[in-house]
Design a protein around this ligand. Structure first.
Ligand code: F6P
Length: 342
């Protein structure tokens, strides 16, 4: 049995732990071999791959990023891409492919499965927005990094009696913002799911300052949206895949807070720091559990499925249940976060 693996989309802490787990399970549990495709789907299209074994994976568990490299290239976006993938897998004797990725990569995996390719998915993203799984690995690490940053900002904000606007990742959903805001004691948190009114944000900041010499922390997800008829944001640039390049909304929010309240305001944009470095213990364990489950599914022929965390267990769910819509913030968590806004 020969299993292929690729990592696609933005990187995320825990990808190497998945690779290591797949290799370990296939080699030691199923007496098979593993071929790692470089740079996501690009490696399958262009037949660029390396043999992976347990020895080659030594030291990978705590290492951030992905040793296979990643890209957003997809077979459907390249002329002849689907056929190229099919012939690479045949030529290399690959019986099944483990596709580790976020919404874009997994949607593509689903379509490739419809085209007859034998594959299983593993959900990854720091944004935690994949449907069907309670958590994706990488999210806990990003929340930890953002929370530590907020903790640090509290002390400098208090010393100067300032407002700190902290921007975290979260393109379409506010899981990182909501969790880090709750863990870090934010004055208010702004998420894409709930358009914000800048007047209300300023009122909350004022309320907190009126109660004494209290600094405020405003946490904003990069994809937060102003309520209609409030403030206008500049149109974002698009990358070569047509994705809006986000990052920077904190500057507009800070400028509005400064001009409307008169409070000294500073901006911190955490950006890719949230995606780099070693995964937390939770993410290492989750990534490892996903990797083992995906390896088993690939070997057993449970194609068109994705490993998912449900009720603490790892299960295989159909890929179609995971793609096509995102997992947004639920009222429970968001409701609790709101209790603590000023
Ligand atoms: O993978 C999700 C994500 O981290 C988003 O939160 C963010 O908008 C995007 O990736 C950034 O991607 P890039 O690496 O292309 O800047």
């Amino acid at each position: 049995m020969r299993i292929g693996i690729l990592t696609g989309g933005g990187d995320c802490p825990g990808l190497n732990a998945v690779i290591r787990a797949v290799v370990r399970r296939v080699e030691r549990g199923h007496s098979g071999t593993v071929l790692g495709f470089r740079d996501g789907w690009s490696g399958v299209i262009e037949d660029d791959a390396i043999d992976l074994d347990v020895e080659a994976c030594r030291g990978l568990l705590p290492r951030g990023g992905t040793v296979l490299g990643t890209s957003r290239i997809q077979p459907f976006g390249v002329e002849g891409g689907v056929e190229a993938c099919r012939s690479t897998l045949e030529a290399r004797g690959v019986d099944a492919l483990v596709v580790v990725g976020g919404e874009g990569t997994l949607s593509c995996a689903r379509e490739m499965h419809d085209e007859g390719l034998p594959l299983v998915g593993v959900p990854k993203t720091i944004d935690n927005d994949i449907a069907g799984t309670e958590f994706t690995f990488g999210f806990a690490t990003a929340v930890e990094i953002a929370t530590e940053a907020i903790d640090r900002l509290h002390t400098t904000a208090e010393s100067h009696d300032r407002v700190m606007v902290v921007e975290v990742m979260g393109r379409h959903v506010g899981h990182i913002a909501a969790w880090a805001g709750l863990a870090g004691g934010a004055t208010v948190t702004l998420v894409p799911e709930e358009p914000f009114d800048i007047d209300e944000v300023c009122d909350r900041v004022r309320r907190r300052h009126d109660r004494g010499r209290y600094a405020s922390i405003v946490v904003v997800a990069e994809g937060a949206i102003p309520a209609e008829g409030t403030i206008e944001l500049p149109e974002p640039e698009l990358d070569r895949f047509g994705h809006a390049r986000l990052g920077g909304i904190a500057h507009q929010i800070a400028a509005e807070i400064r001009s409307r309240t008169g409070f000294e305001t500073r901006v911190t944009i955490l950006g890719h720091v949230q995606r780099g470095g070693t995964p937390t213990a939770f993410d290492r364990v989750l990534a490892t559990r996903f990797g083992v489950a995906a390896a088993d599914a690939a070997v057993e022929g449970d194609f068109g499925t994705m490993s998912a965390l449900r009720g603490g267990d790892i299960v295989q769910i159909p890929l179609e249940k995971a793609v096509g819509h995102l997992k947004v913030l639920d009222d429970g968590l968001w409701g609790t976060a709101r209790v603590f806004f000023a």
